[in-house]
Design a protein around this ligand. Structure first.
Ligand code: PEP
Ligand code: MG
Length: 575
């Protein structure tokens, strides 16, 4: 039966495919198709993992000894349950089917079958049996851990299985999970939680696949293998669509593809308004691999490299100076002489390093130890990153951008750290290059003290995602208050407008690198407020450029200022 789930539109386009339900704890297992001749070896990996867990449990039972088993009958019974689950036909047969019929890799097949059985446990009347789901989960996690330790025998197959496209449905996905999916087989995704500018949504946009977040209970309502339409423009998920609905969305999907092809023709057209203002369109990237997308979209530089994505999901293994230097250098060289803005690490809030949040920062992470606060609290890590950036600057034009500054003391400490990093490089005889220094304006306190920032920095970049969050006291990752997250709130517009005006008055560069810059509905307003530099996901650049080519920036000035003065700016946006 067809039904519709509503959420927030975060990444445009239409995806049609079969649902793959993934619990977030298993989201970071690899998902890829194997070639038919790899079926045998994948099943062997599963068998080895299962035998490994059986051995672990049996060893545990032995180490307990008879006496301890008598003393702890519950523990002993629990281990028996785990052994029983491992031998369960439904688990082993089901996993096999996913590998044989669908050509899922072993980890994916195991997670998929876990989801099927877990649902059955959820529906059981008997509370004791219902709770066995936790045991199943532990057994599956143990198997996954063993498989993680094995060399992967199967290389991903180039072509997907024969059942057509797949879409991912999850309760929640951390930004680190999302990175895992970046090169995966999924044509779209839906999460129950998340706001429009949550980092999960941001990574989805950078992947350029249709996505809906904040769809509340989608992961419970949708069943593994259901056919699903994701309308990333409207924020709607249609489950089990009828033939006519499917035909309608297939047509819409084709129209979208044609439109994208058409936009590609603008790639090399300079972004110049009708009255001759040249506009800089830069790319936001998360990984060195994103450079190709930036160039394909005709970006004239990288306006925001969110370096924290290099650090995420790596447990205790942080990238060292060499690894970071090579990553930054790869971007600088990949951009072929175009400027690259490297932002120092911005972890914390909805971007925990390990996917689970930092101890002690859970009270109010968005107001806690994140971004520059974190870097200044971890001086050795900060210096290491600064050295890596300064070394990469010897290979091209690098701008160094600092997130979340608010206090004069933070500015002083940061500048001292940059000097110190240079001294360390000199002492080690390592080559480094000049950088332009920039600060992000993403806290109202910073937007209200722009002159202080302009004394110390060469340029400013307005992070509207956080500026809106902190001005309106709305957690950007919380779907329950997403309706109050308003880029057009007069207070937000005042802060953005004043920041632009003060930079221009002093001849300093200013750009917007928050999601507002890539929102084609905001282009006219930002141009009217005097903005000449926009940084956004590569997938948004051509649409924004198309809009710029149709605008007369001079004429937009008076209108933009009337929007700024209005009680209800949104009402004037269509004028
Ligand atoms: C912002 O806050 O607008 C921004 C660009 O930074 P991030 O989204 O990474 O917090
Ligand atoms: Mg920010």
């Amino acid at each position: 039966m067809t039904f519709v789930v509503h959420g927030l539109p975060v990444s445009r386009g239409i995806a049609i495919g079969r649902a793959v339900i993934v619990a977030s704890s298993r989201a970071n297992v690899a998902h890829y198709f194997i070639a038919p001749d790899q079926v045998r070896s994948e099943i062997d990996r599963l068998r080895l993992a299962r035998d490994g867990v059986v051995m672990e449990i049996e060893a545990l039972q032995q180490s307990l000894g008879d006496e301890a088993q008598d003393a702890h009958p519950e523990l002993s019974a629990l281990l028996d349950v785990h052994l029983m689950l491992l031998q369960d036909e439904q688990l082993s047969h089901g996993v096999r089917q996913w590998v044989v019929d669908r050509h899922y890799n072993a980890e994916w097949a195991l997670s998929a079958q876990y989801e099927v059985i877990a649902r059955q446990f959820d529906e059981m009347e008997d509370p004791y049996l219902r709770e066995r789901k936790a045991d199943l989960e532990q057994v599956v996690e143990r198997m996954l851990r063993i498989m993680r330790g094995q060399a992967t025998l199967a290389a991903p197959a180039q072509t997907p299985g024969n059942e057509g496209p797949l879409v991912l449905i999850a309760h929640d996905l951390s930004p680190a999970d999302m990175l895992q999916f970046k090169n995966s087989v999924f044509a779209g995704f839906v999460t129950d939680v998340g706001g429009k500018t949550s980092h999960t949504a941001i990574v989805a946009r950078s992947m350029d696949i249709p996505a809906v977040v904040g769809a509340r209970s989608a992961s419970h309502l949708v069943v593994q293998d259901d056919w699903v339409v994701i309308d990333g423009d409207a924020g709607v998920v249609i489950v089990d669509p009828s033939a006519s609905v499917l035909a309608e969305y297939s047509a819409k999907q084709k129209r979208g593809e044609v439109e994208r092809e058409r936009l590609l023709r603008l790639k090399s057209t300079p972004a110049v308004t009708l009255d001759g203002h040249r506009i800089e369109l830069l790319a936001n990237i998360e990984q060195p691999g994103d450079v190709q997308a930036a160039l394909r979209a005709g970006a004239v530089g990288v306006g925001l490299f969110r370096t924290e994505f290099l650090f995420m999901g790596r447990g205790a293994q942080m990238p060292d100076e060499e690894e970071q230097y090579h990553a930054y250098r790869e971007v600088v060289e990949g951009m072929q002489g175009l400027p690259v803005t490297i932002r120092t690490i911005d972890v914390g809030a909805d971007k925990p390093l390990d996917g689970h949040g930092r101890e002690g920062s859970h009270l109010n992470p968005a107001l806690g130890l994140r971004a520059i606060r974190w870097s200044l609290a971890e001086p050795a890590m900060f210096l290491l990153q600064l050295r890596a950036v300064l070394r990469a600057a010897a290979h091209g034009s690098v701008h160094l951008l600092i997130p979340m500054l608010a206090h004069a003391s933070e500015i002083r400490q940061t500048l001292a750290m940059v000097r110190r990093a240079r001294e360390q490089l000199d002492a080690q005889g390592k080559v480094h290059g000049p950088v332009k220094l920039g600060a992000m304006i993403e806290i109202p306190a910073a937007a209200l003290t722009v002159p202080l920032f302009l004394q110390h920095f060469d340029f400013l970049s307005i992070g509207t995602n956080d500026l809106i969050q902190y001005t309106l006291a709305i957690d950007r990752a919380d779907e329950t208050v997403a309706h109050l997250y308003d880029p057009l709130h007069p207070a937000v517009l005042q802060l953005v407008s004043q920041t632009i005006a003060q930079c221009q008055a002093q001849g300093k560069g200013v750009s917007v690198c928050g999601e507002m810059a890539g929102d084609v509905g905001m282009t006219r307003l930002l141009l009217g407020l005097g903005l000449r530099s926009f940084s956004m996901h590569p997938s948004q650049i051509l649409q924004v450029k198309q809009q710029i080519l149709r605008c007369d920036a001079g004429k937009l000035g008076a209108w933009a200022h009337s929007v700024l003065q209005a009680e209800d700016p949104a009402a004037l946006m269509a004028d």
